[in-house]
Design a protein around this ligand. Structure first.
Ligand code: ADP
Ligand code: MG
Length: 353
């Protein structure tokens, strides 16, 4: 239906999609693509809990902060553990993407992706934070839904499709049909846990203590879930736990696969369990559409092959897998007629506290 007023407003207003991820926050703006991609970190004063730095700047402070400053990830486990800090982060990113505009646009319409397990109170909190951050209108969408839209899956069609979004703190699995989520799973095993696996492995096998950032670098460099055509090595640097001295150790991609196995196995099993619970008609659809992987963790080499082996269906990694949620959230506003019904409803009764 053609709505002249909406059309006119659309010409002058800004539409923003936000992925409030456990590891990274991304903002996508209509016609401009991804304008912000920063770590979801906030540095706060320990005593007053006042935010001092947000995003990339806060992450730089990790491990280097004076005693009274602490850098935290308020969404680490896929739940909003520190509301005020999350709110500050949201405000910062919305105003930052607004400031980048050359024309003084009116206040934006914003769609924010929230983890599918969030409570009513958390949804309300994100909604309020978005409005108080300057949004003209705010909408919420479940992250797997946004990821699927961003990956281009046919979620509003009747036939089934499936997304596996592997982030930092959580892996979310969802099977869609007719614009709704039919089966979903959310586990706290994803990229962070893989880093933890590597830290454990280095400690147990080499008595080497390495930091989170070193572990992540090794994972991104040579981490894999399936035998590689050419196995590789990388140097881990850390501190020897026996003599306390700095030490370097060469680690191979074969060893790394062994290190990552606990997390990878859990993810693979979760995908298989979700498919096991899917009604047969939908399974038949999935055998045609396949399984799409999204999120940063989807980029582990050989993960798609590994899952394909376990579920006997085609598995592929979405194009630009880390930006799917933000792009999908933004896309909803371009086509509210079609996508409006996939948004998360808020319990309006709880507006007034
Ligand atoms: P979230 O949505 O939870 O914020 P992201 O989708 O941004 O998470 O993914 C972040 C995770 O992806 C981190 O654990 C990061 O180490 C991991 N990651 C990013 N790039 C790669 C890569 N090339 N290979 C493996 N893991 C990656
Ligand atoms: Mg995510």
């Amino acid at each position: 239906m053609f709505r002249p007023l909406n059309w006119l407003l659309g010409l002058f207003s800004l539409d923003i999609g936000i992925d409030l991820g456990t590891a990274n926050t991304l903002v996508s703006v209509r016609d401009r693509g991804i304008v912000i991609n920063e770590p979801s970190w906030v540095a706060i004063n320990k005593r007053t809990r006042r935010p001092l730095a947000i995003g990339a700047e806060a992450r730089e402070m990790v491990g280097r902060t004076p005693a009274d400053i602490v850098a935290i990830r308020p969404l680490r486990d896929g739940v909003i553990s520190e509301f005020e800090i999350t709110e500050a982060m949201l405000k910062y990113f919305i105003s930052k993407s607004h400031e980048q505009m050359l024309v003084p646009f009116p206040r934006p319409r914003v769609v924010v992706g929230v983890p599918s397990g969030v409570t009513e109170v958390e949804k309300r909190a994100v909604y309020d934070a978005t409005i108080s951050a300057g949004a003209r209108e705010a909408f919420l969408i479940e992250e797997p839904m946004a990821a699927a839209i961003g990956a281009g899956l046919p979620i509003i069609e009747s036939r089934g499709s499936m997304i596996v979004d592997i982030g930092g703190g959580t892996t979310e699995v969802a099977i869609f049909a007719m614009g709704g989520i039919v089966i979903s799973r959310s586990i706290r095993v994803a990229g962070d846990e893989m880093d933890e696996d590597i830290i454990q492995y280095a400690r147990n096998k080499y008595n080497l203590l390495i930091g989170e950032r070193m572990a992540e670098r090794i994972k991104i460099g040579i981490g894999s879930a399936f035998a590689l055509p050419e196995e590789r090595t990388m140097t881990m640097r850390g501190r020897n736990l026996i003599n306390g001295l700095p030490q370097s150790v060469e680690i191979s991609s074969i060893e790394l696969r062994e290190a990552l196995a606990p997390s990878i196995n859990i993810i693979v099993d979760t995908v298989r369990d979700a498919i096991d619970e899917t009604p047969p008609e939908l399974v038949a659809d999935l055998m045609e559409t396949g399984v799409c992987l999204a999120g940063g963790g989807a980029q582990i080499q050989g993960l798609a092959d590994r899952i394909e082996d376990a579920v006997k269906m085609r598995v592929w990694v979405a194009e630009d897998s880390m930006t799917c949620v933000a792009r999908g959230a933004g896309r909803v506003l371009e086509d509210l007629d079609n996508y409006g019904r996939v948004l998360v409803g808020l319990d309006r009764g709880s507006t007034h506290h």
